[in-house]
Design a protein around this ligand. Structure first.
Ligand SMILES: [Zn+2]
Length: 132
């Protein structure tokens, strides 16, 4: 009965996507922050963010919501990859050292504890000496 009502209500509406999930987490984050510091601005922020989530979820303008989500993903995916790479480098810190090539900004991984070695960047051909 309730499920049927929800199904009928959501028919032709946009529903959930990655941008909404991100907004929900952001809203929860500000709500959690509010429990530590009771600032009025946080309450307003949470209301705006959660309101935006519901607005997008119940929206009938599906094409516009999809293009918003695409724009969000083109910003979010590179950030997510950077974070994942940083986590990987941190977990690997006992085995390898990572150096950033000054020319092309590529991360180069070298084994740890080999003393001073010359590192050759396979991407741009730059060479530099570092202590590992
Ligand atoms: Zn390079």
């Amino acid at each position: 009965m309730i499920l049927e009502f929800i199904r009928r209500f959501m028919y032709g509406r946009y529903g959930n996507d990655q941008l909404n999930q991100f907004l929900m987490l952001l809203g929860l984050f500000f709500a959690a922050l509010w429990s530590f510091v009771q600032l009025g601005i946080l309450t307003i922020l949470v209301i705006i963010i959660i309101g935006l989530c519901y607005y997008r979820m119940f929206s009938r303008n599906i094409a516009k919501r999809q293009s918003e989500n695409q724009r969000f993903l083109s910003w979010y995916m590179p950030q997510k990859e950077k974070i994942n790479n940083a986590v990987f480098r941190f977990k690997d810190r006992k085995e390898h050292r990572y150096f950033k090539c000054k020319c092309c900004k590529t991360y180069l991984r070298v084994p740890k504890g080999k003393g001073k070695i010359s590192i050759h960047c396979p991407n741009c051909g730059n060479e530099f000496v570092k202590k590992t």
